[in-house]
Design a protein around this ligand. Structure first.
Ligand code: IPE
Ligand code: IPE
Ligand code: MG
Length: 253
């Protein structure tokens, strides 16, 4: 049996740039090990990639870039690696914030910051305050972040703000998530070859398009981002509807 072409839904290739791209920057350690370098050399190179990708997002008109820098589980790593990562975070903030501000970029850092030392917390607060009114691109760094932590802190805040209430909506919970200021991610990218979420944005990824690449984060660049965006543009986002409905809706708009 053949289907009539008029009823056959053919996904269209769109030219729409994702508004919000969320990335698990993975593979720094393996990138370094392959070169007989210490793992931290991969993290240092990874910071350079962050700079490249921030610029690439500005050029492409992406409005929100969210980067998973340190998960709530990464404390399990050797103490030396953890402290080197913290030091890199401090130097990156010290070096990059002025340039971000000059380029109209807003910086946000989300996660359980209470575990960071006072100096780092102060740097974060200053950077956020300084760039708060910038509007070209919002860069969010997820640090000591976990999707489960985020949902639980939202539940607790929501319950505290409505004492006695037990009947909450999804919208009410979403208002209290750490990234309530941003739309949900359109495109999720994970570099480094693993195909898992590793406790990243659990709530917000419900309808995000996923893209996995073998490329290690230090090797990721503008061209690699374009490949991910091109893959995104071939997807048909149905949000539970049928393909035919999506096509009708597009025609009507
Ligand atoms: C990602 O790279 C960076 C952080 C988790 C801080 P990894 O350090 O996880 O690199 P691999 O996965 O060991 O190669
Ligand atoms: C996820 O990478 C966290 C970050 C990139 C910050 P991991 O390398 O920690 O993830 P797992 O342990 O392989 O799942
Ligand atoms: Mg890893």
């Amino acid at each position: 049996m053949t289907y009539k072409s008029s009823t056959q839904a053919v996904p269209e290739v769109s030219s729409i740039v994702p508004r919000h791209v969320a990335i698990i920057m993975d593979g720094n350690g393996r990138w370094a090990t392959r070169r007989y370098l210490p793992r931290v050399a991969g993290h240092a190179k990874g910071v350079e990639t962050v700079r490249t990708i921030v610029e690439a997002c500005v050029e492409r008109g992406i409005e929100y870039l969210t980067l998973f820098a340190f998960s709530s589980e990464n404390w399990r790593r050797p103490a030396e690696e953890v402290s080197l990562l913290m030091r890199l975070f401090v130097t990156a903030l010290e070096r990059e914030v002025a340039k971000m501000h000059a380029n109209d970029i807003r910086l946000k850092v989300v996660g359980d910051l209470s575990r960071f030392d006072a100096k780092l917390r102060q740097l974060i607060a200053n950077a956020e305050r300084r760039t708060a009114n910038n509007s070209r691109l919002t860069v969010t760094i997820c640090a000591n972040y976990g999707g489960r932590w985020d949902i639980m802190q939202a539940v607790n805040k929501m319950a505290a703000s409505h004492p006695g209430s037990t009947d909450f909506s999804e919208e009410q919970l979403a208002e209290h998530l750490a990234m309530a200021y941003a739309p949900e991610p359109d495109l999720f990218i994970r570099t480094g070859g693993e195909e898992r979420i590793s406790n990243f944005l659990l709530w917000q990824l419900a309808y995000t398009e996923f893209y996995f690449t073998e490329t290690y984060w230090p090797d990721f660049d503008g061209a690699a981002l374009d490949e991910a965006v091109a893959s995104y543009q071939q997807r048909e986002r149905r949000f539970g509807r049928t393909s035919a409905q999506v096509i009708e809706q597009k025609k009507a708009s």
